[in-house]
Design a protein around this ligand. Structure first.
Ligand SMILES: C[S@@+](CC[C@H](N)C(=O)[O-])C[C@H]1O[C@@H](n2cnc3c(N)ncnc32)[C@H](O)[C@@H]1O
Length: 273
């Protein structure tokens, strides 16, 4: 970016800080720039200041930018290999503990926590009755969608295909043409609540935490605090799963033992030397 473009970019960022329900300082600049530039292309403007004018004048653009910044792209069974590797972790946890607490943070529209509960129900070696699942996200809209549990097959999303890792998907969803609705008896098993991973504190005594595909967007300054929140929420011996392009930061790597490095599954071992 040239110095002038840089100033313009910062003016857009300051406007977001003041006027849009989003905290830009948590996220890295490259990510913010990609999302803002995508909106600028859609609006056919080239300069940041020109875009700022559109943003100030058009309330629809404010909503569209907010949507673009809180990207909540997700899938059922995203990165299938990780879910295959997770089967033995879930078997071990549900065999050794009478109650197993799992947390999907962030859960976006709920497909990640539903995948977890569906996999546990589908695999005969896993006792899903011992499992309780919480999904949290910063976005109220995402949580509303998660609670509804209704997903559509579109030109770009094939929900039937996403569920194909399961032996019997029809036990968990009702299908009507292109609409897949998670059955009430599955929906009942998952709790959803709002939680900001940067600002809100840890939870307690989790056996398994997923924190996938958020850390890539978070500014390096906030990564360690997010990891501290996750670590403080885990039981010793509990598991952490991060996204396929993410890693546990160097500073805390000594308390996480890789269980499956390729699938980004780690065991929390604070007692290790
Ligand atoms: C790309 S989705 C990841 C969903 C899922 N974990 C997955 O891997 O498919 C990222 C989600 O992070 C949420 N998010 C962004 N900032 C957050 C924060 N500070 N705390 C909690 N959730 C946040 C967004 O609302 C979005 O739903």
């Amino acid at each position: 970016m040239t110095a002038t473009a840089d100033d313009g970019f910062m003016r857009v960022i300051r406007h977001i800080q003041d006027e849009v329900d989003f905290e830009p300082e948590y996220y890295n600049e490259a990510y913010l720039n990609r999302r803002i530039s995508a909106r600028m292309r859609r609006q056919n403007v080239e300069a940041y200041d020109e875009y700022l004018t559109v943003l100030k004048d058009d309330p629809n653009e404010k909503a569209a930018l907010m949507d673009s910044l809180t990207i909540n792209v997700t899938n059922f069974f995203r990165n299938g290999k990780m879910w295959e590797a997770l089967r033995s972790v879930l078997e071990e946890l549900t065999t050794q503990n009478r109650s197993v607490k799992a947390w999907s943070a962030p859960c976006a529209d709920g497909r990640e926590p539903y995948s977890l509960y569906m996999l546990a129900s589908d695999d005969r070696r896993i006792d899903e009755s011992r499992l309780s699942v919480l999904g949290t996200d910063i976005s109220d809209e995402a949580l509303e969608n998660a609670r509804a549990g209704v997903y559509e097959t579109t030109r770009t999303t094939d929900i039937g295909e996403e569920l194909s890792l399961l032996d019997s998907p029809d036990r968990y969803v009702d299908v009507e043409e292109n609409t897949f609705t998670v059955k009430p008896e599955i929906r009942r098993e998952i709790s959803f609540e709002r939680h900001d991973l940067v600002q809100d504190g840890p939870k307690r005594n989790y056996d398994l935490i997923f924190c996938r595909n958020l850390l890539i967007y978070i500014d390096s300054e906030y990564k360690i605090p997010v990891f501290e929140t996750l670590t403080d929420s885990l039981k010793p011996g509990g598991y952490l799963v991060v996204g396929m392009t993410e890693t546990v930061p160097q500073e805390i790597r000594d308390v996480f033992e890789p269980v499956n490095k390729r699938c980004r599954i780690y065991k929390y071992t604070p007692e290790r030397d």
